[in-house]
Design a protein around this ligand. Sequence first.
Ligand SMILES: Nc1ncnc2c1ncn2[C@@H]1O[C@H](COP(=O)(O)OP(=O)(O)OP(=O)(O)O)[C@@H](O)[C@H]1O
Ligand SMILES: Cc1ncc(CO)c(N)n1
Length: 267
Amino acid sequence: MTPTVLTIAGSDPSGGAGIQADLKTFSALGAYGAAALTALTAQNTQGVRGVLPIAGDFVADQLSAIYDDLDVRATKTGMLGGPDVVDAVVDAVGRYRVPNVVVDPVMVAASGDRLVSDETVAAIRDRLVPRASIITPNLPEAATLLGWDEVRPDRMAEAGAALRELGVPAVVVKGGHDGGPEAVDVLVDENGAQELRATRVATKNTHGTGCTFASAIAVGLARERSVYEAVAEAKRYLTAALQAADTLHVGGGHGPVHHFHALWHSP
Ligand SMILES: Nc1ncnc2c1ncn2[C@@H]1O[C@H](COP(=O)(O)OP(=O)(O)OP(=O)(O)O)[C@@H](O)[C@H]1O
Ligand SMILES: Cc1ncc(CO)c(N)n1
């Protein structure tokens, strides 16, 4: 059966991150994609020029319209416009007993631009993370959520274990931006810490990697894969999408990954 997966995230009009990346990922992996918008951004591959949050009440209206009607097997959250938006998500997840919630605690874009306020980060940590099935912070996001100065790559398992204390059963700490020959992530769940390794792809086209990874995990959970299998499959998909990214030629900055690498055959 084709599972329905929902993304609750911001729009990236350049198409590589946010809602656009999420819907491409769902489609590429054979899931039906639904999307509730939390914010509009004006951004491209080079940077973020503006952010227009959607009112929390209207996010709540979008979510009840979707959950009242669609059989959503997994929900992924990305950029959340403000604390009122976080509360709308928390409320809907509780009221509809939403299964398989993947929270990507988005804070900055690949360009380095900040995407959400400190209040929004606090609301995500205190109210949304405890409702999630899995969260997917990168190293700076893990440090911010924990109130640590930084998370160094040799402390990813420790950070993951500390993040579980926020009330979430599984954490994948992403080490993608660390410069080694491999992109190493650490999954910490009730089975302990497990490393997931992939060859680092030499490309500057990394816009939307975090969105794509979390969305692919959501598809795996919607298919009732184990958390480990969902994360491992997501990493395989993303690595292949990164390997094909340089064939796309989109924009002059950090371009998108190739979501449809397995379907398109360029001449
Ligand atoms: N150059 C690369 N080669 C291979 N894998 C990578 C590379 N860069 C990132 N990854 C992997 O991509 C996934 C997403 O991690 P990343 O650290 O890029 O997320 P992020 O910082 O949240 O992304 P975003 O910039 O979209 O917010 C992880 O599995 C990470 O290991
Ligand atoms: C809308 C949006 N969400 C997430 C990210 C993080 O990559 C981004 N750049 N833009």
